[in-house]
Design a protein around this ligand. Structure first.
Ligand code: RUB
Length: 303
């Protein structure tokens, strides 16, 4: 949990492979052994976070590149440089996407408006900084985001953005939603039907936003699409330690079972826009598979 935000987790995973690849190269006597060593490392990385899908997508991009090279009989040296090139290419993609998403989001945010957000998303911060910088956003409500308070990171990063930043408890989201024009959140994963998996608490905020007639914008790079998940409930939700919620002995409060899901599922029908670096999706059922295809996450056989 020292690394937060799906995009940063993917970069950390790719950097981990890059830093370990020299050692794998040295201990591997053949290209097959090298390939097996890289795949072993990928497996360890994949087990770190079950929900956020950017890391699995980044690793399968790397693995597909390796696979292609291995099939044409690449040497150990060539495979090593494939790892390096593919990792750097994906890291570059991760670095460039927030700015593109911010540019595509601007026309969707009413001039002089108020936004509300939840948790910390590097992409949402990019969108909001851009919108605040040119006067599109005048006020931003930031929920503190229990139990790990990622909202503090968001508030800090939006300081000096040009908008009034107002920091609220998660429970006050309902109170302030009526004053907001738009809910802007990031994504840990998006199912093929447009359902969103993001920090727990996103779903009630989106449901309330819809109830009050507000817009809901999800700022998410194409590689947040979980191509194997037809719908949000197909995505495994990570449960974190009860101690994040109650750090003392639970006997002090009657020994309840303490439940700590880290994410929840927001149905796609509550979302007005999914802004990816490739296009703005307004009809998720067709738009999300189209983006997945454009991003090279689906093969032609996947339809
Ligand atoms: C982080 C979270 C973020 C997404 C998107 O939860 O839910 O909204 O990961 O972030 P946690 P980004 O801190 O528990 O991992 O846009 O930076 O990828």
């Amino acid at each position: 949990m020292r690394i937060r935000g799906a995009g940063r987790i993917a970069v950390a995973g790719l950097e981990a492979i890059r830093s370990g690849v020299g050692e794998i190269y040295q201990v591997s006597g053949s290209s097959e052994a090298f390939l097996a060593g890289v795949r072993e490392t990928e497996k360890v990385l994949l087990e770190t976070r079950p929900t956020a899908v950017a890391l699995p997508n980044a690793l399968s991009f790397l693995d597909n590149n390796l696979d292609r090279e291995a099939r044409r009989g690449a040497s150990k040296d060539e495979l090593r440089s494939t790892v390096e090139k593919a990792a750097l290419e994906f890291i570059r993609r991760i670095g460039e996407s927030p700015e593109r998403i911010a540019n595509l989001s601007l026309p969707l945010i009413p001039k002089g408006s108020t936004a509300i957000t939840h948790c910390h998303s590097s992409v949402v911060v990019a969108v909001m900084k851009k919108a605040a910088g040119n006067g599109t956003l005048s006020t931003i409500y930031v929920t503190e985001t229990r139990p790990l308070y990622q909202g503090r990171i968001t508030a800090t990063q939006l300081g000096g953005s040009g908008a009034f930043v107002k920091f609220i408890t998660d429970s006050a989201a309902g109170f302030y939603m009526s004053r907001a024009d738009i809910l802007v959140v990031g994504a840990d994963a998006i199912a093929m039907n447009g359902d969103l998996v993001n920090k727990v608490g996103t779903f009630p905020m989106a449901a309330l936003a819809k109830q009050l007639g507000k817009k809901v914008l999800v700022a998410a790079e194409s590689y947040k699409i979980a191509t194997k998940a037809a719908m949000g409930t197909d995505i495994l939700i990570e449960f974190r330690s009860p101690r994040e919620i109650y750090g003392q002995d639970p006997a002090n409060i009657g020994n309840p079972e303490i439940l700590n899901p880290a994410f929840d599922v927001t149905p796609g029908r509550l979302i007005d826009f999914v802004v990816t670096e490739l296009e703005v999706v307004t009809e998720p059922e067709v738009g999300i598979p189209r983006v997945a295809k454009k991003a090279g996450l689906l093969s032609d056989d996947d339809g």
